[in-house]
Design a binder for this molecule. Structure first.
Ligand code: ADP
Ligand code: MG
Length: 195
C-alpha cells in the first residue's frame, strides 16, 4: 500500500550536500506495525516525512494505495498527507489548558459530525487509549505517558489508515514507553503504524 523504490533524498546547503536517504526500498501494508531504527542523524525522520508526504525526494519512485505519487505537486502531496496520514510526535501537539476530552473533541470537529456523535466518538477513543478516568483533567496535569495517549487519541480521531509516529516514546520512562508501544501495536491491527 505504501511502496518506495530506490528513493534517495538530499539536503542541499551552501557548501555541501547531505544524502539523507540512500536508495530506500520498503513496502508497508495495513495491519503492520513497523519500527524504523537507527542512530541519530541516520535519516529516520526524513524517511517518515517522505512517507507522509511532508517532504519531497530527488530520486526513486513512491506508490501509495495504488497511485504512483512520484510526480505529485506539493499541493497533491498535501492532499495525500491530509487524507491518509495521522501524526504522533514526541513533543505532544496537544493544548495544555484543555481537558483530554476537549483535545480529542477538537480533532473531531473537522469531520463534520453532529455534536452528539462527536462526544460519543471522543469517549470511545479515550476509552481505547485508557484515559476514561482522566477524561476531564487538563492536559497540563497529565503524566508524559497520559499526554502521549491523548495525542494518540487525537491521531485516531482523524480516522486515517496510516499513523506515523516520530520517536513517540522519546520523552517517556521505560514503563510508560512500553505501554505506549503496546497501545500502538494494538492500533496497528487495522491500520498501518510506523514508528
Ligand atoms: P534522524 O531522524 O534519524 O535523527 P534525520 O532524518 O533528522 O535523522 O536526518 C538525516 C540527515 O539529514 C542528518 O545528517 C541531518 O543532519 C540531515 N538533515 C535533516 N534535516 C535537514 C535539513 N532540513 N537540512 C539539511 N540537512 C538536514
Ligand atoms: Mg529524527
Amino acid at each position: 500500500m505504501i511502496k518506495l523504490t530506490n528513493v534517495s533524498k538530499y539536503y542541499y546547503s551552501k557548501n555541501n550536500v547531505v544524502m539523507a536517504l540512500r536508495r530506500i526500498n520498503i513496502e508497508l501494508k495495513i495491519g503492520e506495525f513497523i519500527a524504523i531504527t537507527g542512530e541519530s542523524g541516520s535519516g529516520k525522520s526524513t524517511l517518515l516525512n517522505v512517507i507522509s508526504g511532508l517532504d519531497t525526494y530527488e530520486e526513486g519512485k513512491m506508490e501509495v494505495f495504488g497511485n504512483d505519487i512520484s510526480h505529485y505537486s506539493v499541493e497533491e502531496l498535501e492532499t495525500y498527507s491530509r487524507e491518509y496520514i495521522a501524526f504522533v510526535f514526541q513533543d505532544y501537539n496537544i493544548i495544555d489548558s484543555y481537558s483530554v476530552l476537549d483535545n480529542v473533541l477538537m480533532a473531531l470537529i473537522v469531520q463534520g459530525m453532529s455534536k452528539n456523535a462527536r462526544l460519543e466518538q471522543a469517549k470511545m477513543l479515550i476509552e481505547k487509549v485508557g484515559l476514561t478516568e482522566q477524561m476531564h483533567q487538563k492536559a497540563s496535569k497529565l503524566s508524559g505517558g497520559e499526554q502521549q495517549r491523548t495525542v494518540i487519541a487525537r491521531a485516531l480521531a482523524k480516522n486515517s489508515p496510516v499513523i506515523v509516529c516520530d520517536e513517540p516514546t522519546g520523552n517517556l520512562d521505560s514503563a510508560s514507553a512500553n505501554q505506549i508501544l503496546t497501545l500502538l501495536h494494538e492500533i496497528s491491527k487495522d491500520k498501518l503504524v510506523i514508528v
